[in-house]
Design a binder for this molecule. Structure first.
Ligand code: SAM
Length: 326
């Protein structure tokens, strides 16, 4: 069977958050103030994740991205990747801040992971430390080195651009992609930050990034699936690629193929959903696979048409990015 919503969008991609904890406190995501975390009993156990993903693969999910919080802070994540691989997931990836990647990369590859996205919001050490509120620049670069030296392909590096913070580094990031032959992706800042500081003045439109980079290095469009979040370009004269992820200035909801499973077992049909849907209670109350399947079909059918960020009266969801799973 193939999961689909009432607008006919086929749902093939699943983001699985394995924790709401993170060892970074990026300014556009988390607060400097203490935050509460999900109690351990609320987190899905690995067996529970495995059962849900098995059911979802049977419903047409082909791509799974493991995320968080920071997925590498949850012990056992490599074994979980190995278990997902045996379920027939075609495309298995992870989004990580890269801090623990250098020492974990080999095990992730051995477990069957196909590719990786690493967050890096500044190439300037001081600025990186201010954004992440950590002193981990060298470890993250070592994580990128390890990923590039491994069998993981492609290696994508993600930067969330925030006006006045790191938008002066667009060209430097492009040069980084060219030097290293990797994919550098520029993400528009979305209203999912814990401090609720987002405003339209703070996001940097993908078109501006395109103009600035192509003024220096001609770019050639790269074909991509319509459901992909990024508009992709390669450098006409050499290695490296860029991706523009522009959910605010150019929403791609019409082709969205994604659903998200939070670490406490809620299914979300949009990053900006007002409600999430509890699957954990079904896992724990003896519901059968077919009952869970029927519930998932009902939830997915109601997937929102779009995120409404640009509509008057938009209100961000109560969950922030770190507790949804980006
Ligand atoms: N800890 C991992 C990491 O740093 O990549 C995975 C989780 S993180 C929440 C996933 C992605 O969401 C990262 O690329 C991060 O930069 C992005 N992100 C977090 N808050 C965001 C926001 N307010 N707007 C846009 N992207 C955001």
């Amino acid at each position: 069977m193939q999961l689909a919503d009432k607008f006919g969008r086929r749902i093939t991609d699943l983001r699985v958050s394995v924790t709401d904890r993170c060892n970074f406190r990026c300014v556009y995501c988390r607060s400097a103030n203490p935050e509460t975390h999900m109690p351990a009993r609320d987190l899905l156990a690995w067996d529970e994740y495995e059962r849900l993903v098995r059911i979802l693969v049977g419903m047409g999910i082909r791509k799974v991205r493991v995320t968080g919080g920071e997925p590498l802070v949850r012990p056992g994540v490599e074994d979980f990747i190995g278990r997902l691989k045996t379920l027939g997931v075609e495309d298995l990836s992870m989004t990580t801040n890269g801090y623990m990647l250098a020492e974990r990369c080999d095990r992730l590859v051995a477990a069957g992971m196909d590719r990786i996205n690493i967050s890096l919001d500044s190439l300037d050490r001081d600025k990186f430390e201010r954004i992440t509120r950590t002193k981990t620049f060298d470890q993250v670069i070592a994580g990128i080195d390890a990923a590039q030296a491994s069998a993981l392909r492609p290696v994508k590096v993600n930067a969330v651009l925030v006006r006045g913070v790191n938008d002066d580094e667009v060209e430097a990031f492009a040069a980084f992609a060219r030097d290293r032959g990797l994919i550098m992706r520029f993400i528009e800042f979305m209203p999912l930050d814990a401090d609720r500081a987002w405003s339209r003045e703070l996001f940097v439109p993908g078109d501006e990034v395109y103009r600035r980079i192509s003024a220096q290095w001609p770019l050639v469009p790269v074909a991509h699936e319509r459901s992909e979040t990024a508009r992709k370009y390669r450098f006409a004269d050499g290695r490296g690629e860029i991706g523009l992820i522009s959910p605010v200035s150019q929403p791609f909801c019409g082709f969205c193929s994604r659903i998200r499973l939070t670490a406490d077992g809620k299914l979300r049909t949009c990053l900006f959903s007002k409600d999430d849907h509890d699957l954990r209670s079904l896992l724990r109350d003896g519901s059968s696979d077919s009952e869970i399947r029927a519930r998932i079909c009902d939830i997915v059918a109601q997937k929102e048409k779009g995120h409404r960020i640009n509509e008057p009266g938009f209100l961000p969801p109560s969950r922030t990015m770190v507790s949804i799973g980006g």
